[in-house]
Design a protein around this ligand. Sequence first.
Ligand code: SAH
Length: 233
Amino acid sequence: MSKIAIMGAMPQEIEPILKKLGNYKTTKYADNEYYEATYKGVEVVVAYSKIGKVFSTLTATIMIEHFNCDKLLFSGVAGAINPNLKIGDLIVASKLSQHDLDITAFGHPMGFVPGGSVFVEADKDLIAISKKVAHELGKTVIEGTIATGDQFIHDEKVKNNIVKHFNADALEMEGCSVGVVCDALNIPFFILRSISDTADTDASFSFDKFMQSSAIISAQFIMKMVDHIVDAK
Ligand code: SAH
C-alpha cells in the first residue's frame, strides 16, 4: 500500500493541503512537525521543511526513512526565469540542479561533484499524471528545469548566470535537494512550483504580494494529483 509524502518549505505552502485533509495527527520529530492523515483510504504524511537545501534534505529523508513514504510530491512557489512563466503559472520539474554547488576550480562543471550528477530527474509517471490533471483543469503547465540553491535570487545578473550553466526555467531553494534524496533512496518524486516572482530587483516585493495565492494554486494542483494517484489504486 502506498504512503504519499507531501512537502512544502513554508507553512503557507502546506496550509491549503492540511485544510483539504481535515483531520490529521501531529507528530513532533527531529525538530519539526509531521502531519499524518488518511485521504480517501490512502495514508499521507505532510510537512513543511523550513527554507533551504539542508532543511528540505532532512525532511525528505525523514518522510521516507522514518514515516516510510514511498512517493514524494513537493508543492511550493518559485522565481521565474522562463519569460513564458507569469505570476501564478505552474512549472513541473523534469530535472533539477544545484546552482550553488561549485567546485569548478578543479575543472568540474557547475553543479557537479564526484559521485553525483549535474541534474537529477523527476519521476516520469508522476509527470504524466500532472499532464492529465492539467488537461482536466484546462491549465497550461510548463515542464522544465528547476535550479535550486541556498539564496533568494533577486538579481538579473545572478539569474543570467544560472541560465548560462543550467538553462533553467525557474529557481527556488529546495527542489533539487529533495530530488537527490529521493533519487538515492529510489523513491519516485515530483516537484511542482507556482511562480511568486521573477527573481529580479522587485522579487522580494512580488514574493510578499503573491506567495500566498501562488502557494494555493500549487497546493490545489497537487491535491488533484493525489486524487489521481488514489483513484488508480
Ligand atoms: N519571506 C520568507 C523567505 C522566503 S525565501 C521569510 O522571510 O521567511 C523564498 C522561498 O520561496 C524559498 O522557499 C524558495 O524555494 C522560494 N522562492 C521563490 N522565489 C524565489 C527566488 N526568487 N529565489 C529563490 N527562491 C525562491
